[in-house]
Design a protein around this ligand. Structure first.
Ligand SMILES: [Zn+2]
Length: 204
């Protein structure tokens, strides 16, 4: 139902016919014949693919969160780990993908657990750099839930590093954003890192 809502909202700004023209030019510039059988449907497929992979531009994080916040008398750490995501690096338009781990310490307000993976997806479905994705997830929860703190750790593999240039470069990158008590208090941060299976190897 939520998905249908996002789709409806997105109809206005979907990539259009000009994207197909751009893909035809790209194919020609690569030395290909866009009219040959295997490629004739490619511009349409690429347009539909980008519409899906960038639907985060047409989704509103507050629409995801607003109806799913609850007042509760619970102040223990909430952790959602191993949230799988796929994104596109904004430098090369190549995929990077991996897992996000999100934790927060509520101050009277929690959000439905299924909403956190949807927030990760929403920001992942935009052209990204991993550092910004990590911060956007953490800051949104900090702003909207006003918890004592938020932690977000993202581990991802970047195809642009693996497929091109210096192939021996480390392809997996870990980024973290620690806010509030997770930044100030080493014990809170340590508890989170233990819960997600990473010891205290990550600094704030
Ligand atoms: Zn890249």
């Amino acid at each position: 139902m939520d998905q249908a809502h996002l789709k409806a909202e997105s109809a206005a700004a979907l990539p259009g016919a000009e994207l197909e023209g751009a893909v035809r030019i790209l194919l020609e510039e690569l030395g290909e014949d866009p009219a040959r059988e295997g490629l004739v449907g490619t511009p349409g497929r690429v347009r539909r693919m980008y519409a899906e992979l960038t639907d985060g531009y047409r989704a509103d994080p507050d629409a995801v969160i607003n109806n799913a916040c609850f007042e509760v008398d619970y102040d223990e750490m909430v952790v959602v780990r191993d949230i799988e995501f796929f994104s596109l690096c904004e430098h090369h338009l190549l995929p990077f993908y991996g897992h996000a781990h999100v934790g927060y310490l509520p101050r009277g307000k929690v959000v439905g657990l299924s909403k956190i993976p949807r927030i990760v997806d929403l920001y992942a479905h935009r052209l990204q750099v991993q550092e910004r994705l990590t911060q956007q997830v953490a800051h949104l929860l900090m702003d909207r839930l006003e918890p004592k703190g938020v932690a977000c750790v993202v581990e991802a593999t970047h195809l642009c590093t693996m497929m091109r240039g210096v192939k021996k470069q480390q392809a997996t990158m870990v980024t973290s954003s620690m806010l509030g008590t997770f930044r100030r208090d080493a014990r809170t941060r340590g508890e989170f890192l233990t819960l997600i299976g990473r010891q205290s190897s990550i600094a704030s």
